[in-house]
Design a binder for this molecule. Structure first.
Ligand SMILES: CCCCCCCCCCC/C=C/C(=O)SCCNC(=O)CCNC(=O)[C@H](O)C(C)(C)COP(=O)(O)OP(=O)(O)OC[C@H]1O[C@@H](n2cnc3c(N)ncnc32)[C@H](O)[C@@H]1OP(=O)(O)O
Length: 408
């Protein structure tokens, strides 16, 4: 594909050359069955990982004991999971039984961190504690409970107001591209929203994009265990992520505030309402990336729009305008960008006053017949992608992105 813009200047390219080099070394190692010695690969340290020392980590553990306010169960689970990941690495214990509720919740929080490197977990733990300490000192005091920003999230902002819980993707400078941490935080946020007292849950983006899909730097955090292990853990993360949409028990609404790419488009088939600004576009360039559909779209898209239109999007990467996506049934309604937020939130506030249980039960009736099937499709799509990520087609596409040879 021809280069289309020059947003990335020379310093970006220099930085990316390192990333590309690392990827190539990684692939070479795989190609020779792991026998090639590539010391640089073993030494991979992510940008965030360089921040927190063992001392910072120990200080943060002490700070937790001094918190003035109980941070709540969600945050405590997150702290537990990050602590385990930072000290022991990926979850390595058997899942506790269904009746062992507390240990099961702890295990799930730890397991949801997938292959997050120990150093990143340590940094995230330190950042989380530092956010908790400052918010318990001052910021949230005095605000009504319902409007409080929920602590414990770094890449999303979660707020609850007037019966609506809003989960806002919050990396506007990166077009809300989804990092591994973000997938994990969305899983946790959906879990929290499913249990809170709101009637409706909304997913939206901050800035000019809804989301540019998977953050392609996820392909560069290769752990010392190697790329196969990374692909395996990423497939688990993907499966858990999509699973939280399949199982979400309340009305789930996407407020698509701008262009959407990749997985942020495919999971829309699992939402109950999709409202889009007329500035939004819907793009699933999987073949261009050497990848295949996820988010259950291999099943939901043909069902929603028919096999021919689904093929145009999922095989050939046709980008749809908001109007086209609405005509094909993926989007519920399109609003002019100038009045988008006002119109959508007025509508949602009215819906949130409808009897909650009735809405919940109606959703269950509509979706329950498909749940098992959707989980099976999710498992299949994730395992096919696990293979795809190890293919040269996929790797070339990722390297092209980083070396700016290709822009979508
Ligand atoms: C070993 C296996 C590991 C696998 C781990 C996978 C985990 C689960 C995967 C689930 C499967 C998901 C699949 C998908 O979602 S496929 C879609 C992936 N997305 C893309 O390919 C989009 C790539 N981005 C672009 O083409 C353009 O950035 C875009 C058209 C979105 C916007 O272009 P524009 O010119 O307007 O803006 P910029 O390019 O300048 O973007 C601003 C900065 O944001 C960075 N950016 C944007 N999107 C991404 C992205 N998806 N990944 C990483 N970075 C992104 C961009 O680089 C700019 O950064 P700088 O300001 O630092 O230059």
């Amino acid at each position: 594909m021809p280069p289309q813009n020059s947003a990335h200047g020379p310093p970006f390219r220099v930085a990316m050359a390192g990333v590309v080099g690392r990827l190539i070394r990684c692939w070479c190692r795989r190609a020779v069955g792991g026998s090639l010695k590539v010391p640089a690969l073993q030494l991979h340290v992510s940008k965030t990982a360089m921040g927190a020392s063992q001392k910072d980590f120990e200080n943060a553990m002490n700070q937790v004991k001094l918190l003035k306010e109980d941070p709540g169960n969600e945050v405590k689970l997150k702290l537990y999971a990050l602590y385990k990941q930072a000290t022991e690495g990926p979850c390595n214990t058997p899942k506790p039984g269904v009746f062992d509720l507390i240990n099961k919740a702890k295990w799930e929080a730890w397991n949801a961190l997938g292959s997050l490197p120990k150093e990143t977990a340590r940094q995230n733990y330190v950042d989380l504690v530092s956010g908790l300490s400052s918010s318990s000192d001052s910021s949230s005091q005095g605000k009504p409970e319902a409007e409080r920003k929920q602590a414990g999230y770094e890449t999303v902002v979660m707020t609850s107001e007037e019966g609506i819980t809003k989960i806002m993707l919050n990396r506007p400078a990166k077009k809300n591209a989804l990092t591994e941490q973000m997938y994990q935080e969305i899983i946790l946020a959906l879990e929290a929203a499913s249990k809170d007292d709101s009637a409706i849950t909304v997913l939206t983006g901050n800035g000019d994009y809804y989301s540019s899909g998977n953050d392609l730097t996820n392909f560069t955090n290769i752990p010392p265990e190697g790329v196969e292990a990374k692909a395996k853990n990423s497939a688990i993360l993907l499966r858990n992520f999509v699973g939280s949409f399949i199982d979400f028990p309340k009305p789930l609404v996407a407020v698509v505030n701008g262009p959407a790419v990749g997985i942020s488009v495919t999971v829309l088939g699992l939402f109950d309402l999709v409202y889009a600004t007329d500035r939004a576009t819907f793009h699933t360039p999987f073949s261009h990336l050497g990848q295949t559909p996820e988010g259950c779209s291999s099943y939901t898209f043909p069902k929603i729009m028919g096999p021919a239109k689904a093929a145009e999007m999922l095989i050939f990467g046709k980008k749809l305008t908001a109007g086209e996506a609405c005509a094909q049934g993926l989007v519920t309604e399109v609003f002019p960008d100038s009045s988008f937020q006002k119109e959508v939130w007025t509508r949602l506030k009215a819906y949130s006053k409808l009897p909650q249980n009735a809405m919940r039960i109606s959703k269950q009736i509509i979706r329950s017949q498909e749940k098992e099937k959707l989980h099976a499709i999710n498992a299949k799509e994730s395992s096919i992608l696990q293979e795809r990520w190890l293919s040269s087609e996929c790797m070339n596409a990722i390297m092209n992105f980083f070396s700016q040879k290709a822009k979508l």
